[in-house]
Design a protein around this ligand. Sequence first.
Ligand code: NAD
Ligand code: UDP
Ligand code: UDP
Length: 318
Amino acid sequence: MKRVLVTGGAGFLGSHLCERLLGEGHEVLCVDNFYTGTKQNIAHLLANPYFELVRHDVTFPLYVEVDEIYNLACPASPVHYQFDPVQTLKTSVHGAINMLGLAKRTKAKIFQASTSEVYGDPEVHPQPESYWGKVNPIGVRSCYDEGKRCAETLFFDYHRQHGLLIKVARIFNTYGPRMHPDDGRVVSNFIVQALKGEDITIYGEGQQTRSFCYVDDLIEGFVRLMSSADDVTGPVNLGNPGEFTIRQLAERVLALTGSNSKLIFKPLPQDDPRQRQPNITLARDLLDWEPKVMLDQGLDKTIAYFDNLLSGDGAPHK
Ligand code: NAD
Ligand code: UDP
Ligand code: UDP
């Protein structure tokens, strides 16, 4: 049994990770400031004696004793990370420094939830880890993109300078139950709109692409990366290579919900990447990992979750 710290543990991905780690018999310390996460996401874990919840902002130092750290704290939806961009940058940069300082003192292995956003609006397609990216340093997305890039730099400098054991995952668009209904990202927006019979808001013409990974597949990748050989530092892409246009996604959601919602078109946000697809050769080779859940299957499970949540008669967490 290990003592594992999960920052951002009350968020979408963090709550699934906490659950998975408890299921493997570990003790889990969930740290979250509830900026975008909720207590409901982890309500079903609170009775577990091996689960502990601490309200804390990772931009401030944290002194605890742990064996492993998963650093997930950071708003991930453009709407939320652009609401208070300075706090977003502090969370990525000061949060990384504090968690790396903690890892250095406790000799804990530390995992960073990095992102496909480090590739920006990519000129190489699909994106391998060796691609350095095309990121605007001063745009509205930069607080997130550059914050995550700086966090990667810090991880590799602590690794080289202080010998820390690091694991850096570059996560591509992931969806599933426990996304917040007001999260603002495309999958939850479209499903909630379809279920409520509201217009489906496509930004731009909907020809931009994303590759959508179901949450269970992603968490399996996290755990495999954390337990990989010490010399596997990453960065490793984790995502589903199945690539869809946003319009295709809207059509799948309409078909699977049976909704009569109309597609409407809104302006494309600034610096919105035109295409994105992970090259996951490295994850296949190093972790023997690849996603198993196809888009329709994952959407079905996510739709069932939101259907329950919106009708108010289901347990919110599953
Ligand atoms: P989320 O917004 O649901 O979760 C983020 C969590 O971090 C929330 O619980 C929030 O309250 C917490 N948090 C934010 N700032 C904090 C702070 N200063 N101190 C403590 N807690 C703080 O988002 P998510 O989708 O679960 O994303 C989790 C991580 O994975 C993020 O770091 C995100 O950048 C990364 N990521 C996610 C995706 C994806 O598609 N879901 C893709 C790439 C990267
Ligand atoms: N830190 C922390 N918890 C710890 C150890 C350190 O939050 O258990 C923070 C500490 O506040 C510091 C940061 O991590 O600002 C970086 O720590 P490091 O030891 O690398 O730097 P230093 O303390 O030498 O500035
Ligand atoms: N998007 C959309 N309608 C929405 C929300 C998002 O068309 O209601 C688009 C958005 O412009 C982007 C894609 O869907 O091109 C994915 O957006 P999301 O915010 O989910 O993630 P990211 O842009 O960070 O990949």
